[in-house]
Design a binder for this molecule. Structure first.
Ligand code: COA
Length: 333
């Protein structure tokens, strides 16, 4: 692909709310155990919002941290892109709420709803706005407040123990340096929408939400765990290969692999299948659980701040999630 201009990540940031929930804390709410959760997923804790805090409040903090790292002010931004599956409201999108909270007057803002792949879709969109010459500086945020829609009882345990709240952000800007975002591979397959979804409230089915929907638990997230697991492993392996080929790279050329944090076991299987050395794979699911669109930018920010990612390193990012959607991308730091 010919690009008019190169694009780099100028700064990263993340934020989680203060309330930490350990696996042990869940044992008092539902029939589960620390051992079950750790063994199946690798998760040890997650964070949940409290009080009047919403998704955009998490996003604001991550965005401010990213702006600080990029040595920019919010007023420098030309566009806000917000990836989330758990918006503050049905409409308008959380990007508009975030835009206002950043005091951005009339700067454009848009939401991307591609679930766990949302951040990579959003980053690709942000990159294209800059490489085309339309904008100079774009904020890309992935943020989720899953906890208000989780069923924290035994009936909802297969899903609710896995998910956490949090936000991650990057600032993209036009660049002449070697540090740059390379090409992305994006996919979706809507025929599997009902394998992992939050069906109601929604316009499909002749009503927004009714008594039967509540009785049949359609207002809680539903997931066929094993089905999703198998597809995630297959598609992630495919998308690593596709993305590397697109950028004329090999597995050995990549210094760090940042996979979506849905389940440690998924990423271990992908690594084993592809022969990726474990020291190149980074994880933070132990601390934060699955934060959907926020997982990759949170992990990226941690790796940058811990100086695991160094100047000139090549970094692969890969995600799979509801839709199904999946995506891969590479950048040079
Ligand atoms: N605590 C204790 N037991 C639980 C439980 C919990 N939180 N959740 C489910 N169980 C039980 C089930 O009821 C089942 O019991 P049964 O054998 O008596 O019927 C048993 O544990 C096994 O459940 P199963 O769903 O087969 O477990 P699993 O090995 O497939 O692991 C997941 C479940 C969800 C961890 C796993 O399937 C997974 O990670 N899937 C992909 C998730 C994912 O990637 N999602 C998001 C994509 S973004």
């Amino acid at each position: 692909m010919n690009h008019l201009r190169h694009v780099k990540i100028a700064g990263t940031g993340m934020y989680v709310p203060p309330k930490k929930i350990d696996n042990k804390d869940l044992e008092s709410l539902m029939d589960t155990s620390d051992e079950w959760i750790r063994q199946r997923s690798g998760i040890e804790s997650r964070y949940h919002i409290e009080g009047a805090v919403g998704t955009s409040d998490l996003a604001v903090e991550a965005a401010k941290n990213a702006l600080k790292a990029a040595q920019m002010s919010a007023q420098d931004l030309d566009l806000v892109i917000f990836a989330t599956l758990s918006p503050d409201h049905q409409f308008p999108g959380s990007s508009a709420i975030l835009q206002a909270k950043l005091n951005l007057d009339t700067v454009p803002s848009m939401d991307i709803k591609c679930q766990c792949s949302g951040f990579l879709y959003a980053m690709n969109v942000g990159k294209l706005f800059i490489s085309s010459g339309q904008y100079e500086k774009v904020l890309v945020v992935g943020a989720e407040a899953h906890s208000p829609v989780l069923d924290m009882t035994t009936e909802g345990r297969d899903v609710s123990v896995l998910f956490g709240d949090g936000a991650g952000a990057v600032i993209l800007e036009a660049s002449d340096s070697e540090s740059r975002v390379l090409d992305f591979a994006l996919h979706s397959q809507g025929e599997f929408a009902d394998k992992l979804w939050l069906e109601k409230p929604g316009t499909a089915g002749g009503n927004w939400i009714n008594e039967t929907d509540y009785k049949e638990r359609r207002h809680f997230p539903y997931m066929e765990g094993r089905y999703v697991f198998k597809h995630a492993v297959t598609r992630l392996v495919e998308v690593v290969n596709e993305t590397l080929e697109l950028n004329q790279l090999k597995v050995d050329d990549i210094d760090h692999f940042l996979f979506h944090q849905a389940n440690l076991r998924i990423n271990e299987k992908v690594a084993a299948t592809m022969g990726i050395p474990s020291e190149k794979i980074h994880s933070n699911i132990m601390k934060y659980g699955n934060c959907s669109a926020a997982s990759i930018p949170m992990l990226l920010d941690e790796c940058v701040r811990n100086e695991k990612i160094k100047t000139g390193d090549k970094v692969f990012m890969g995600a799979f999630g509801a839709g199904f959607t999946w995506a891969g991308g590479v950048f040079v730091w």
